[in-house]
Structure formats: C-alpha cells, structure tokens
Design a protein around this ligand. Sequence first.
Ligand SMILES: [Zn+2]
Ligand SMILES: [Zn+2]
Length: 354
Amino acid sequence: MRIVALGTGQPSVRPKQASACWLVELGNGDKFLFDVGSGCHERIAAQKIPYDYLDKVFISHLHVDHYGDLASFWLGGTVMNRLTPLRIWGPTGATPEYGTKYALDLMQKMYVWDVATRMGFVDFRGGALEVHEFPYDSVNNVIYNENGVVVRSVPAIHTIDGAVSFILEWNGLKFVYGGDTFPNKWYVEHAKGADVAIHECFLPPTLLVTKQGFTPSEGLMVGSQAHSSPEQFGKVMSLVKPRLGVGYHFYNDFDTAPEVRDRVRKTYSGPLALALDYMVFNVTKDDIRVRMSAVDEEIWPSPPLKKKNPPDTSKMIPFSDFIRSGALALPKVVGPIFDEVNEKYGTKIEPTWK
Ligand SMILES: [Zn+2]
Ligand SMILES: [Zn+2]
C-alpha cells in the first residue's frame, strides 16, 4: 500500500499546502482518492497517473476544503484523457439537501455550460458521474467492495450531521482516513488495528489567535470543538494505537510544527507523522516508510489508456448568427495549419470557419 498526502493544510490554500486530499494506491493497481479539497488537483496531476486510474473518490463531508477541487478534477479530467466515468462516494445529510447527491446534482447544473462546450469537441465518456450516497449515520458498514478491497464508513462529529470517516482494508492492511471531526467513539473503536490512521490535528487555539487573527472564542470553538486540537488528536491516537498515527489539517511550518508536536506528545507517545503535501507512506506488513517525494512541475497529462472515440459532433451547440457574424476566418492563415496536420496524419479535416 502506498499513501500520498496531496492536501494537508487548512481551508485557506497556500502554495505549500492544499486542502484535504489523500491518494491510496494498492499493489493490485487500484487507486482511491479520499477527499479532493481546494487546490489539490495540481498535486493529483503531479503524480503522473493516467486519469482512468483515478476514477474513485470518497468524500468525507461537503466542506469546500474537502471537495472544492471536485469540479476541476471531474471536468478537467475529461480533457486530461479520462475516458471512464468518475465514481464518487459521499454521505447523506440529516435531510436530502445536505447530502452528497443533492450537492453533486447542483454541481452538474452549475457546470452545464462547461459540459455543453466539451461534449461536441472531445470524447466525453469521462464526463459521466456515478454518485453513490450512503447513510452518514451507518457505523462500519461496507460502502465499497470490489477486487478484494473493502471500504467502510463511520460517523464523524463536525459542525452538523453528515460528516464521516473512512476505513479501507486490502490484503491484510488497514488504512483509516478521518475527515474533520471532534474526537468520537466510532473512529476510536473502528480504527483499532490500523496500519496507518490519519486524523485531523488542527492548530492549537493560541496559534489560531496569534497567527490567523481568530478571536479567543473562535480559536477555542473552531480549534477544539468543531475540530480536534493536537492534544485531542494525540488522545485519539493513544486509544487507537495504530502502527503509524498521522496528523494533518494545519499549516505545518518551522515555527508551528514543534509546538503541535509537543502538544501531541502530551497525550500520545506512539509512532507519529505530521503530514505535508507530497509526503509518501509505503506500507507493508513489516515496515512503514515515510518520505517526501519529488514533483515534476512541468507535468503534462498522461496519454489516454483507451482508444479515443471521435467526438459526437451532433452534441455541438451552434453559435447564434450574431456571434457567427464576428468571426474572422483568415483562410490564408488557418488553411496551412490544417494542411500541415492533414499531411502529417493522413487526415482530411476541414475548418469549421470558412
Ligand atoms: Zn470541515
Ligand atoms: Zn477541513
């Protein structure tokens, strides 16, 4: 099992840390994304993984820092050579409008113009969404079971009903991903035996006040009641006793990390990593290696895995006469561009604008 941290920061993204996103790669070739928070798409792209492999996304809750890059990943993926539908698992809410299905129905409506522009131009099979909503209050029930990989969900306690954490098991290895949560009994009970247990570890309230301009009340309420402070995170890890406990969801800098670590150590003395973007965890039954990975900033999309179909040009929506009247066809400029391509690839493609 290989785990890559692709978003470890706070809701306000910054160059060093995107918002929540974790990639799990298994030795059987399967890949899973847990949350796709704001800013994580470029980090996903930096992994150089063909998009057809990245077709499974599990959303812990509907805060923007946990699924804010979903639209970019979904629609961007259609021109980054994903030719399979995007499959998304997410919780219900206390009422339908707080559930994942409702949110993603609206997302598709929000991007109706974007979808309309792409359908007639590229093989748009990757634009299909497959949404699996599961009850947020189910405890340790299976929500995914394919290829020897089982994913379960447990409830989380975070701002209102409708947040969850995930447990993935494969080949005798157990990965637990905690979305945002106040310490809760379900995580403690069902994360037990984890090889890697990830759980939020928010900045201490005093740092939220001094470095981020929170009022003391906001610092306490956000940092220790809506989220888990380093001391609370440490206590949860002491109860779970994973082979490796991983804290994330804070600005991990030279001046914050020592204090966060000291506070975690008040309540937890076991194996610990405080995550940064691009940190990689290689997990076997005998060993867990933690190291930072290098990134290619000039990454291009990987070639498609499947043969591309011609776009369905019947889906093209024609311009109005008004917009058509403004086009400068420039045949002497565009003609040679088409000639070059047609000669090189043996095609007979003609310009739309003549
Ligand atoms: Zn949240
Ligand atoms: Zn969050």
